[in-house]
Design a protein around this ligand. Structure first.
Ligand SMILES: Cc1cc2nc3c(=O)[nH]c(=O)nc-3n(C[C@H](O)[C@H](O)[C@H](O)COP(=O)(O)OP(=O)(O)OC[C@H]3O[C@@H](n4cnc5c(N)ncnc54)[C@H](O)[C@@H]3O)c2cc1C
Ligand SMILES: NC(=O)c1ccc[n+]([C@@H]2O[C@H](COP(=O)([O-])OP(=O)(O)OC[C@H]3O[C@@H](n4cnc5c(N)ncnc54)[C@H](O)[C@@H]3O)[C@@H](O)[C@H]2O)c1
Length: 482
């Protein structure tokens, strides 16, 4: 079967859905191709279930830190209720709601495995063995996301390790969980399972959350240990074995071993481009798709006269985050629609058709214990880039709102300021509930607000946001100009 449409979107995760939404809003005919669930990894096995699994224990910990509320807590975390709330949020792994929305807005859905088959063509193999060839009049947008990497540690693959999928869709909580990795998934899942009462051992070959400011990893290491987890840094498994009893034994490089009921691999992601027909258009299967700021894929057959292949979301490796992928989706969806309908195109930096923020303004919240958030550059990244910078760094509890919120609350806040520009280029916060502090920093970076002007952005008393004032005080009041 053959079908011609304006635009084909390969992959209906959060990013593919948003591309299709923008293209459809411009009146074009668009089909999304999905071989699993509409809504993608984020909705069913990643962001949504993980944050729901984290939330109940975080709320309980927060209440325990407030005398008066703490005394009202009469029991422990109800893990069964947490899992049921997770099941609700993932719609019991049904995408009926998502496909209903596609119907409502007039986006076509082809269920099946899609692969490129030369310029502008996508072949979809359906579950019943039939296939359809979709030809795109204007563009194909690849939004196929990423898969977890399982490192080649002897015995690991044979030991049926968990990936983030099993960890977020768990029905029977294990008594002991070993986690390989020290990144975001490792820290969030260690927080979830330690909160459930599981004996958690994190095996990180270096410190935790190594891409953030060093104080973040230190705070999360301490936070996880306080929850009862064992955090072993400089520890690498060299062999993994699941015995007949079902236990998993991990032998480490120092000769010691860890025994657990399950082992979670949290060692990064690889692109879903291995079985997507990349070779048919001159690209290498299994590679991340390199794009420019308009999300156009480089080095593609048949694109000499007019661009036709774009990639958004995890698959382009710019930022493996739902919100950033959806930002790219809005830019590329509108760009494809503008090009197709002859409307003006603006790919200039910060224009509607460019994903400029990907370079220096990507926000991320790590929902660990404690929360850790960052936008823009760390001090080390700024120094490596040769920038002339100033640093402001203060304890979170220097704002009285922090102490009112929770007894014994501790944390840290840090700004990286470009001296020449006089603007913030990086911000990091760690501590309870800092997630909601982040967007102010993102706005300051994207809008390039002069730090001197921030003295006029007055945070309310007594909120945690007053830490912004403490940060400005650390930098000093601006001088009046003669
Ligand atoms: C445990 C975990 C927690 C996370 N938490 C957060 C968070 O809190 N916040 C955040 O911003 N990010 C988070 N992320 C990252 C986030 O999940 C991803 O950045 C996001 O899912 C990327 O969206 P996407 O649409 O690019 O890819 P995906 O969500 O992976 O969607 C891609 C879709 O394409 C389909 N597909 C792939 N290949 C084909 C093909 N050939 N044919 C047909 N269909 C295909 C897939 O089935 C899938 O539905 C988390 C990730 C993990 C693993
Ligand atoms: N809250 C959020 O925003 C959120 C939550 C979860 C995941 N994510 C996204 O998902 C992506 C994947 O997360 P992740 O934690 O899997 O990756 P990551 O890149 O954050 O961390 C990978 C970790 O595994 C370690 N590692 C890599 N190879 C290893 C090996 N062979 N042996 C031992 N350790 C090894 C690394 O040193 C690192 O500590 C991230 O890029 C993140 O952006 C986001």
């Amino acid at each position: 079967m053959q079908r011609e449409v304006d635009v084909v979107v390969l992959g209906a995760g959060p990013v593919g859905e948003n591309v299709a939404d923008r293209v459809r809003a411009a009146g074009l005919e668009v089909v999304v191709v999905e071989h699993e669930l509409v809504g993608g990894e984020c909705s069913y096995w990643a962001c949504v279930p993980s944050k729901v699994l984290l939330r109940s224990a975080a709320a309980l910990r927060a209440a325990r830190r407030v005398p008066g509320a703490a005394e009202a807590i009469t029991g422990d975390l109800d893990v069964g209720a947490v899992l049921r709330r997770r099941d609700y949020w993932v719609s019991d792994w049904s995408d009926d709601g998502a496909t209903g929305w596609l119907d409502e807005v007039g986006i076509g859905l082809e269920r099946g495995h899609g692969r490129l088959d030369g310029p502008r063509r996508v072949v979809v193999e359906r579950a019943d063995g039939s296939s359809v060839t979709l030809t795109a009049r204007h563009a194909v947008v690849v939004a196929t996301g990423s898969d977890p990497v399982v490192p080649p540690i002897p015995g690991l693959a044979e030991a049926s390790p968990w990936t983030s999928r099993e960890a977020t869709s768990v029905q029977q909580v294990p008594g002991r969980l070993a986690i390989i990795g020290g990144g975001v998934v490792a820290c969030e899942m260690a927080t979830v399972y330690a909160g459930f009462g599981t004996e958690v051992t994190v095996l990180a070959r270096s410190g935790l959350l190594g891409r953030m400011e060093p104080f973040v990893g230190e705070a999360v290491t301490a936070g996880l240990r306080e929850l009862g987890a064992t955090v072993r840094t400089s520890a690498s498994p060299v062999r993994v074995e699941r015995g007949e009893s079902g236990e998993v034994v991990l032998t480490l490089d120092d000769g010691s071993s860890v025994t657990a009921d399950e082992v979670l691999v949290a060692t990064g992601r690889k692109p879903r481009t291995d079985a997507a027909g990349m070779e048919s258009i001159g690209l290498e299967p299994g590679d991340w798709l390199e794009v420019d700021d308009t999300l156009r894929v480089a080095g593609v057959d048949g694109a000499d006269d007019a661009p036709w292949l774009y990639a958004a979301g995890d698959v382009n490796h710019r930022a493996l985050l739902t919100h950033q992928g959806k930002y790219q989706a809005r830019a590329v969806g509108d760009l494809v629609a503008a090009r197709a309908t002859g409307r003006p195109v603006d790919t200039s930096p910060w224009g509607p058709h460019a994903a400029t923020a990907d370079h220096g303004a990507v926000p991320q919240v790590v929902f660990a214990e404690p929360e850790a958030v960052q936008v823009g550059a760390t001090e080390a990244e700024a120094r490596d880039a040769g920038r002339d910078i100033r640093i402001a760094e203060v304890p979170l509890e220097s704002a009285s709102g922090t102490g009112i919120r929770a007894d014994g609350a501790e944390g840290r806040a840090k700004l990286v300021i470009d001296v020449e520009q006089g603007t913030i280029i990086g911000a990091t916060f760690v501590g309870q509930d800092v997630a909601e502090l982040l967007h102010a920093a993102t706005i300051a970076i994207v809008a390039e607000v002069p730090v001197d002007r921030l003295w006029h952005a007055v945070p309310s008393f007594p909120t945690v946001s007053e830490v912004w004032l403490r940060l400005l005080e650390a930098l000093g009041r601006p001088e009046a100009h003669a």
